[in-house]
Design a protein around this ligand. Sequence first.
Ligand code: ADP
Length: 486
Amino acid sequence: MPEIKVLFATSEIAPLIKTGGLADVSGALPAALRSLNIDVRVLLPGYPKVMAQLGPNEVVANFPDLPGFPPSRLIFSIMANGVPLLVLDCPDLYQREGGPYADANGHDWVDNALRFGLLSRIAALLGSSASPLSWRPDLVHGNDWQTGLTGAYLSVAEGAVPNVITIHNLAFQGNFRPAKVELLHLPPASFNVNGIELYGKMSFLKAGLYYAYHITTVSPNYAREIQGDELGFGLQGLLRVRSEDITGILNGIDTDEWNPETDKHLPGHFSPTRMTGKAICKQALQNRMGLEVNPDVPLLGVVSRLTHQKGLDLLLEIAPRLMELPVQLVILGSGEPEMQQSALELSQRYPGKIAAMIGFDEGLSHQIEAGIDMFVMPSRFEPCGLNQFYSQRYGTPPIVHNTGGLADSVVDCTPETLKAGTASGFVFSGMTTENLFVTIQRAVALYRDQRNWKMLRKNCMTKDFSWKSSAKSYREVYLKVLGWTK
Ligand code: ADP
């Protein structure tokens, strides 16, 4: 079978630049695809953090006068995991302090349409006969709204290859004023219900979903949910029309980066058959976070964006009741100011019992996954979610809401599932504080029964979360889009 060549366009990639799950996927899926003999190269904006971490590199293309955009160039390099990178260096758009999408105060960059318009434009250019590179992809695979215009540009390009888009979160759509259509040199006729228009705005994600040959999303359950009114975020109509072209593929995880036997962030290491290292991690975490050091009290944890989506308002609300069980709670996250504030207030009200760290800290996130006993993830919606995988792998049964990828990846613990060896956490339906509380209570009760708890932990740790089977599903999608037989 001929090798498939794929240009994978993304706005973040671990470990170079990360704000959420998209970075984890971009950091691991291309490598998994390469091991299936797919020649993937990743296109990524040259933010300061990315430029600073590049290994040996060379400039392979210059775009001094692309209509509508400042001068840019492409730099070729290779990631530590062997994946080739094409870094889109455009100092006017990307060389600034702050995050990929917002400044240090959390305000979106005012030129985001141009910043990610360029990313989409270059992705399309590399997938057309106008490409200056000798390496030409058979297909362009974009991710989320930041690459959403790729299909729109490809639709008017000479010698264009087909494209696929993956939705990591439908709630972020990249909607802008219609005037941007002209600014981005898109054909005026594309500002149409059959094109890039969404309720009077120009929408990157709508364009992505409209023009893509195929749409994937990060779990089978979420693929169904987004076609309904509740979780379709205004795009359910289009998604229903395109139903035949949507595939849900559950994310895997980077099993090298997230390995409790070797994790460089941990003070102790452990495996399903040797768990003493986990107790060391718990003690170190309690110490680091100023919690009372006590091996016996159930330690609950959260690592998350602190936003309405993640449902942590429910957890914060019931925290005083949880203290009576008793449990300890550690929270790492950043996001909405009120939620940050209430997490900090709880930590002051319950010193030694609740600890909160506001910020983004990769090392601490690993230490929390390893050191806690239960991970709490009551998301209102969750396209896939990654922390429920990490926690299972680290012997930390997750407590999750029955939605999206959480429903696809956590099996509720009942006497039957425990006996069958499939139980891997605690799942609640109905987004209420009471439902969350009784589910945590259920988890704490099982924790008190250490024989069963150890069985549950072992189930979690022996599940296969590698990218292997998901990468194969992406290959199926590519073959289908290309019309190639296996
Ligand atoms: P989302 O992409 O919606 O934020 P996911 O669960 O898919 O949620 O992925 C979130 C990723 O970001 C995980 O790897 C998680 O550990 C990480 N993460 C989120 N918040 C923080 C934080 N404050 N510090 C460190 N890592 C974080």
